[in-house]
Design a protein around this ligand. Structure first.
Ligand SMILES: Cc1ncc(COP(=O)(O)O)c(C=O)c1O
Length: 382
């Protein structure tokens, strides 16, 4: 292993650490770690430091457009990792995936239009739709013994309503870590085409697929109706670098974003974020191999420690593990766990059907998870 060795004092600058420390139950015993917000406890790729130093020797931190090599490296990464051809004229840079989603919604739909989400799902999916004054159309996923699938019949019936215009899709899915199969995606596309829907495919977790699961970019199946949201931030722990890429194959859909953006305050990405992105996409191979190894090891460990007591959703992708505590804790799950100095995400944040579940961020050293499992077992056994 060359990466994932250095843990920076429990990631001392992180939002999740600060939030944990602010909790009234928090007891600082040097053994308590936050397993919440989706970033990693590991140092960034060291090559970034060299690249930024080199960049600053020759450039100022002025407002910056991506340089040519940025697009070349991005295209190469998308082709090699996802078998997706990307031309630079299909790429728009954004400061993050959420601003991207907000822009796509506002530039393609009108107030009150319906937007489908598959729940449980990443909480800002709810708020972004609601804050834009669009109508949330919830399509709950089926849960069979912890394995989640799309209820296509329900999806079809909900979207036959002509007021429903768009799907906000998470692929792979946060929090239930499904890497949707090609067949599932084809079905999604078939119904979307039939019911005249556009799709926002949030593929921020796409590079993190485990075991033999393979991510299929939706743009390879339905380029004419898809907005693909990508970012290096999850895979390479670059959440604060504020640099993400929207890929739009259909020139008409691309044009709508450009038109909308010209009427907004400028939103140019961070110059150092561009350098960091170019660097990680140029040096991805070893990092991604090691990340996959680390996550599979961590997941196997948790399964071994907790699997006989609780239902753990199979981790096909992402580093966010979905665990069902329903048989043990029904009410006030957060408070109960905080009293045991356990800081994970409460499943209810992800939707009503997340009640009684927790989401655990396992992108951390195994030792952290040892402490977590000891504590969770104690709660369960109590
Ligand atoms: C599915 C999904 N989309 C978007 C985001 C946030 O992306 P950004 O920080 O680029 O806005 C996250 C962060 O966890 C996520 O899980």
């Amino acid at each position: 292993m060359t990466y994932f060795k250095d843990v920076l004092d429990n990631q001392k600058n992180s939002v999740r650490l600060a939030r944990m420390k602010n909790n009234k139950h928090f007891v600082d015993d040097n053994q308590t770690f936050p397993f919440t917000v989706a970033d990693m406890s590991f140092k960034a790729m060291p090559e970034i430091k060299e690249a930024i130093n080199e960049y600053l020797e020759e450039n100022t931190l002025c407002y910056t457009f991506p340089r040519d090599s940025y697009y070349d490296v991005l295209s190469n990464f998308m082709k090699e990792v996802h078998n997706l051809e990307v031309d630079r004229k299909e790429v728009l840079t954004f400061t993050g995936v959420l601003p991207m989603i907000d822009t796509i919604i506002k530039s393609n739909t009108n107030e009150k239009d319906g937007i489908v989400i598959f729940t449980p799902v990443y909480p800002p999916f709810y708020s972004t739709v609601k804050n834009a004054n669009r109508t949330l159309v919830e399509c709950p996923l089926n849960n069979e013994d912890g394995f989640y699938t799309i209820d296509f019949e329900l999806f079809d019936s909900l979207t036959q309503d002509e007021n429903v215009k768009m799907v906000l899709f998470c692929s792979p899915h946060n929090p239930v870590s499904r890497v949707w199969t090609k067949e599932e995606l084809e079905k999604l596309v078939e119904i979307s085409r039939k019911n005249n829907l556009l799709i926002i495919s949030d593929e921020i977790h796409a590079d993190i697929t485990l075991y033999d699961n393979t991510h299929t970019p939706l743009a390879t199946l339905a380029p004419e109706i898809t907005y693909t949201c990508t970012s290096p931030s999850k895979t390479f722990n670059l959440a604060s670098s504020n640099c993400a890429n929207l890929i739009v194959k259909n020139p008409k859909l691309y044009g709508r974003i450009v038109d909308y953006n010209t009427k907004q305050p400028h939103n140019w990405v961070n110059a150092l974020g561009l350098v960091a992105t170019e660097t990680v996409y140029s040096n991805y191979k070893q990092w991604m191999v090691e990340l996959k190894e680390l996550l599979e090891k961590n997941y196997e460990y948790i399964k071994e420690r907790l699997g006989h007591k609780v239902t753990i959703t199979p981790l096909e992708g992402t580093y966010l593990l979905w665990v069902d505590l329903n048989p043990y804790i029904k009410e006030n799950i957060e408070e109960r766990l905080h009293q045991h100095n356990i800081y994970v995400n409460n499943g209810e944040m992800f939707g009503d059907n997340g009640k009684g579940f927790i989401r655990i961020n396992i992108a951390c050293p195994l030792e952290y998870l040892e402490v977590l499992c000891d504590r969770l077992l104690k709660v369960i056994e109590d």
